[in-house]
Design a protein around this ligand. Structure first.
Ligand SMILES: [Zn+2]
Ligand SMILES: [Zn+2]
Ligand SMILES: [Zn+2]
Length: 760
């Protein structure tokens, strides 16, 4: 019997071909296996029918841990048997292009971890131990096909021992492009902040000890450098805050182990699964009552971002110290991409660290850690990067054209949409300057090369001045591409539709800022969208509130409060003067604001949900300055989690507008009478009830059964939970993001979807 199989899914770069080989040999079959250009694997089997059936069972039951089989296409062939043995065809250039799937970086597997600890193993205590089941992928690949000479491992020719394993189909390291050992592989070393070598036989453990004693390190990882420090000593943490100019922004930490994490944080079942998954993202965990790390790690927040070690190097850092966790935050100067090269690290980071823990393997692609949290039992992406990028999001339908989406401005990514696959780049950051713009360009071209995407259309934001819009227009002109500009919140809703295979949706889209259809500042929107249309209908929105001083109001939310209170009919003068210490220029500034309020002209307005929550945070005294993206709203959520809906205000709808002045007024009137936690929760509840009511009304009027929640505010647990309860009680289907970020990291995907699926 002769059978040809086509297996699709994640089956390349995950040890799938050697697995097929082993199963074929085990079942006494001849034939071949090879990678196909469309990211699948082709298998020809020759042998008795029973043996082929047994092979098919093995294929499903014994597949390698990282492989994901989506479909097996099975054709019986006529003709005579041709093969004596079973062989693995090498990947050819032709076979690996066009929409090929590049695996993301994968955390050290259990078998490698065992070998790392085994004194009899040749890779005992080797920091860069990897195999076909684990190790860096995306961050070392320069071009396709994925062979060693096309990766930054090319600098390390295999020794005899590694070569033997590499060539042995029965070995776990057969064709593992990252295979290396202490003899032939990359080396780690410790230097001072000036780059002078510190003599030690054991750089990892030495670094661990120095960290534990209060030194600050730059540690080179897979996708770039981390800044590391103690999580319990005040002195290095305060130094870090000063040198990183991060007064309050929480630091991500790496815990020694799951057990260690449980000593200071609450780890639920779902969180445990995500923490220990091969992607090893940072997971936001609630601080536990026994939280014993310094409050400086994540100030005024109920949670802390924790990840587990994902390389041999990371594990070894903890070997000889009592610390349960170290700070492990991306090493990037303000508004710059993460540092990835040794030379640049010395220059840029030398002034703010005491030591470097380097290794001599180059990083081809920089890649920040991913960040997730769990709502109920659902995973929520706050940042989708290492461990996920550039694995594609699979869509239900095929795109009408190949599109590149360049995203918005903050927390940006780019996206290549090719047929039914959307490849979202790693985290790029805020595209506000030349460095991040270059990074966006590089990452996007690289993604296009990897996927062999010949884009016909480039999609971008509606904002005329965004760097990404200007870049898209340049690309459209120089490469003769079609240009599609997509309204920011429409992109969010489109991302939601595509992720869930919906044809239409009524979406609640809430975030900080997006350029509206007529140029207004939007951010609390109810939109009706259809997958096949570049148009959408704005069914409703939050009441527009004054942004006194424009960008200043976004930074100092006391300005928002002043404007909103006056609009709500409160005489703000006494209150503002009394609270003027919370403005950067105190009473002088307060008087200027009052004057502006009297004139009342020329103030920009916004329907932003984020700005409204910022204002509530300020009026409650929770946060007076937004020193990092989302800060007031995050701190507000932290205190609201301890509260309840004590005010029980019924939402006031004026046509298609949710009245927020009334809410602000009621919160203000109850200051001091009702706890800040209850007021914070009541404000969330009001917004959730009002937004849900408007969306349900819109969905019913248009007879649409799908209702969704997107935008950065969908990462807010209270809003997401309350809106879900109301929508489901109304008998509608409720959708949130699970595969892409709800925030602006998902915008490039949404833009590409609008440009790819609509009838242009
Ligand atoms: Zn491994
Ligand atoms: Zn070797
Ligand atoms: Zn947004």
């Amino acid at each position: 019997m002769r059978v040809k199989l086509k297996v699709t899914g994640i089956v390349q770069g995950v040890g799938f071909r050697p697995f097929i080989y082993r199963m074929a040999v085990r079942n006494g079959l001849a034939g071949y296996v090879r990678n196909r250009g469309d990211a699948g694997v082709e298998v020809l089997l020759e042998g008795e029918e029973e043996r082929i059936q047994s092979f098919m069972r093995d294929l499903i039951e014994k597949k390698p841990p990282l492989a994901q089989i989506e479909k097996i296409n099975h054709i019986e062939l006529s003709g005579k048997n041709e093969y004596q043995h079973f062989i693995i065809f090498q990947s050819s250039q032709e076979a690996e292009t066009s929409g090929s799937i590049i695996p993301p970086d994968i955390a050290i597997c259990n078998q490698c971890l065992k070998e790392l600890r085994d004194p009899k193993d040749p890779r005992f205590e080797y920091f860069f131990i990897t195999c076909t089941d684990c190790g860096p992928r995306f961050t070392i690949i320069e071009r396709l096909p994925y062979d060693r000479e096309n990766t930054t491992m090319r600098e390390f020719p295999l020794c005899g021992f590694c070569q033997k394993e590499y060539e042995d189909p029965s070995n776990r390291r057969f064709h593992a492009q990252t295979v290396a050992c202490p003899t032939c592989g990359p080396k780690a070393y410790l230097t001072t902040n000036m780059g002078e070598l510190v003599q030690t036989k054991d750089p990892m453990r030495m670094a661990g000890k120095l960290l534990s004693e209060g030194n600050i390190f730059a540690v080179k990882g897979y996708g770039g450098f981390h800044i590391a420090s103690s999580t319990v000593l005040e002195q290095p943490l305060l130094r870090l805050r000063t040198t990183k100019h991060r007064q309050e922004k929480p630091f991500a930490i790496m815990a020694k182990s799951l057990q260690a994490a449980e000593t200071f944080a609450e780890v639920g079942l779902r969180e445990r699964e995500i923490l220990t998954s091969s992607a090893r993202p940072i997971v936001l965990l609630n601080k536990s009552p026994t939280y014993n790390l310094s409050p400086i790690v994540a100030p005024h927040l109920h949670n802390v971002g924790v990840m587990l070690p994902y390389t041999g190097l990371h594990y070894m850092l903890f070997d000889q110290v009592a610390d349960t966790a170290f700070v492990m935050t991306s090493a990037n100067p303000a508004n710059q991409p993460i540092v990835k090269d040794n030379k640049a690290a010395l220059k840029i980071l030398g002034g703010s660290v005491d030591y470097f823990l380097f290794h001599n393997r180059e990083i081809a692609q920089r890649c920040d850690d991913s960040v997730m949290r769990v709502h109920g039992n659902r995973q929520v992406f706050l940042r989708r990067s290492r461990g996920f990028a550039p694995a594609p999001i699979r869509l239900k339908q095929k795109s009408k054209r190949c599109v590149v989406g360049l995203g918005g401005e903050l927390n940006n990514t780019s996206c290549v949409l090719l047929e039914d696959k959307a490849f979202i780049s790693q985290h790029i950051g805020d595209v506000e300057n030349i460095e991040t713009r270059s990074f966006l360009q590089e990452a996007t071209s690289h993604l296009q090369r990897l996927t062999n995407c010949q884009a016909e259309t480039v999609a971008c934001d509606l904002h005329p001045k965004f760097n990404t819009t200007l870049l898209a227009k340049e690309m459209a002109q120089t490469d003769g591409l079609g240009l599609v500009q997509v309204q920011h919140h429409h992109a969010h809703a489109a991302a939601l539709m595509a992720e869930h295979g919906l044809d239409d949706v009524v979406a609640v889209v809430c975030d900080g800022y997006g350029y509206g259809s007529e140029g207004g500042a939007w951010g609390g929107e109810i939109l009706h969208c259809n997958l096949e249309s570049t148009e959408f209908t704005r069914l409703g929105h939050l009441e527009a509130q004054p942004l006194l001083g424009g960008d200043l109001a976004s930074r100092y939310p006391m300005r928002l409060v002043a404007g909103m209170l006056q609009k709500a009919g409160v005489n703000v003068e006494d209150w503002l003067i009394q609270n003027s210490e919370h403005l950067p220029y105190g009473e002088i500034e307060a008087k200027l604001i009052l004057q502006q309020l009297k004139v009342g002209k020329g103030t920009v307005e916004t329907t932003s949900c984020g700005r409204f929550l910022d204002a509530i945070a300020a009026v409650l005294g929770v946060c007076f300055e937004r020193s990092y993206e989302g800060e007031p709203a995050m701190k507000l959520e932290s205190i609201a989690l301890a509260g309840k809906d004590i005010l029980e205000i019924q939402p006031q709808l004026k046509g298609d507008i949710l009245d927020t002045s009334r809410l602000m007024r009621l919160v203000f009137d109850n200051l001091g009478r009702v706890s800040a936690a209850d007021l914070a929760y009541s404000a969330h509840a009001y917004l959730a009830k009002g937004l849900a009511a408007m969306a349900i009304q819109g969905a019913n009027a248009k007879n649409i059964k799908n209702l969704g929640f997107s935008g950065g505010a969908a990462g807010n647990q209270i809003l997401a939970q309350l809106i879900r309860e109301i929508v489901e009680a109304a008998g509608l289907r409720f959708f949130v993001h699970e595969a892409v970020p709800a925030g602006d990291g998902g915008v490039s995907f949404g833009q590409a979807v609008v440009a790819g699926f609509s009838k242009l």
